[in-house]
Write a protein that binds this ligand. Structure first.
Ligand code: OKS
Ligand code: ZN
Length: 375
């Protein structure tokens, strides 16, 4: 399997995050990628650092994200520093609650950079915003895991370019699979919100990219997103919630981050009803057998949809020793997981998401890809 990678993805390197009520070293580290890169190289994978320079990122980003959010990501660091913020990172400290917005319609009009980072939760409060005619600006984060450093946006764009280069190669050639080895990850990012280490939703943008760049005389290809990261991809789910041309299927830890989404009764809306499937699995007990059984059911749903392409949100934070997650999948379990995904028999784009057990992350990712290839 061909692997696309870029060293620019390593530039995002915040020193800390706030997790479980504590300041801790940032889990989503650049080393994650270099460890995977090295492991894949020693397993004989072909790794290409040649990115497609012709893809107009902005045009494709705007199919998923809002223009004001993209502008924010581009300028947040500079504005923050100009206003006297520390030079380490932009990190919000205040999130106006929906009830605060109701009581004070001017809350989003602040020009203070600290407030702009946190004035937030547009996705949850957009109706309130419309009701009170609050301008949709400055509303960009819902947790404390997305510090924006000097080079964050550069790394984020590289991450997306890796993904879209891979998507283009897959959709324009006879390849049956390809892996976008990239970070920061994407599946939590919403139209106007960063969260959970994610800034731009790589896989959602890739799905739209494939649909919009496919040959005009064929019908718009159906795309399935299979999300095997430990966490629910709230951003990917939301991007296609009312769209029957993109199926979203996720397996994830029940009652864990991002907490407010990923329930079984989230099945899509309007025309998209019946094209969104969530499989929350119990924390603490879900191991290889339980996981693979549910994955088989998820794969059957994908097969029935008959997608032209399958996009996999590849997280290995389902691993037994992952420091922030609670499943018990083993290194050899990932071989089985790769094999089950291969049984869909469709051109498949793997996009890197989470996974934080540095000692095993390389082997775990490599096993998914090897398991896929050996079927
Ligand atoms: C809390 C965020 C902690 C969990 C982030 C999970 C990131 C991930 N502020 N998503 O797939 O791996
Ligand atoms: Zn995750």
């Amino acid at each position: 399997m061909k692997v696309i990678f870029s060293k620019e993805c390593l530039l995002h390197d915040p020193p800390f995050e706030v997790l479980g009520g504590q300041r801790v070293p940032y889990f989503e580290k650049p080393e994650r990628l270099t460890i995977i890169e090295n492991e894949l190289r020693s397993n004989g994978f072909e790794i290409s650092e040649e990115l497609d320079p012709d893809i107009e990122l902005k045009e494709h980003i705007l199919r998923v994200h809002s223009a004001d959010y993209l502008d924010y990501l581009e300028t947040a660091y500079e504005t923050w520093v100009k206003q006297g913020g520390n030079e380490i990172s932009v990190l919000p400290e205040a999130f106006p609650h929906v009830n605060l917005l109701k009581a004070s319609p001017n809350v989003a009009q602040t020009t203070n950079a600290i407030a702009r980072a946190g004035v937030s939760s547009l996705e949850f409060t957009s109706t309130v915003f419309e009701l009170f005619r609050i301008p949709h600006e400055g509303l960009y984060c819902f947790d404390l895991s997305c510090p924006i450093t000097k080079d964050t946006h550069k790394a984020t764009l590289a991450s997306l370019r890796v993904t879209l280069t891979a998507a283009k190669l897959l959709s324009s050639s006879a390849l049956d699979s390809i892996f976008a080895l990239c970070r920061p990850p994407g599946h939590h990012a919403m139209p106007s919100l960063c969260a959970g280490y994610c800034f731009l939703n790589n896989i959602a943008i890739a799905a739209r990219f494939i649909q919009h760049t496919s040959s005009p005389d064929t019908t718009k290809p159906k795309v399935a997103i299979l999300d095997i990261d430990y966490h629910h991809g709230n951003g990917s789910q939301a991007a296609f919630y009312d769209d029957p041309s993109v199926l979203y299927v996720s397996l994830h830890g029940e009652n864990d981050y991002p907490y407010f989404t990923g329930f079984t009764d989230e099945q899509g809306s309007g025309e998209g009803e019946g094209y969104n499937f969530n499989f929350p699995l119990p924390r603490g007990t879900t191991g290889d057998d339980e996981y693979c059984e549910t994955l088989q059911r998820a794969v059957a749903i994908v097969q029935k949809f008959e997608p032209a392409f399958v996009l996999v949100s590849l997280g290995v934070d389902t691993f037994i020793d992952d420091p922030i997650s609670d499943f018990k999948v083993t290194t050899s379990g990932y071989l089985r997981i790769g094999g089950i995904i291969a049984s869909i028999h469709r051109p498949t784009l793997f996009v890197m998401e989470g996974g934080y057990a540095l000692e095993s992350i390389g082997k775990n990712v490599s096993n998914i890809l090897r398991g896929f290839e050996s079927k």
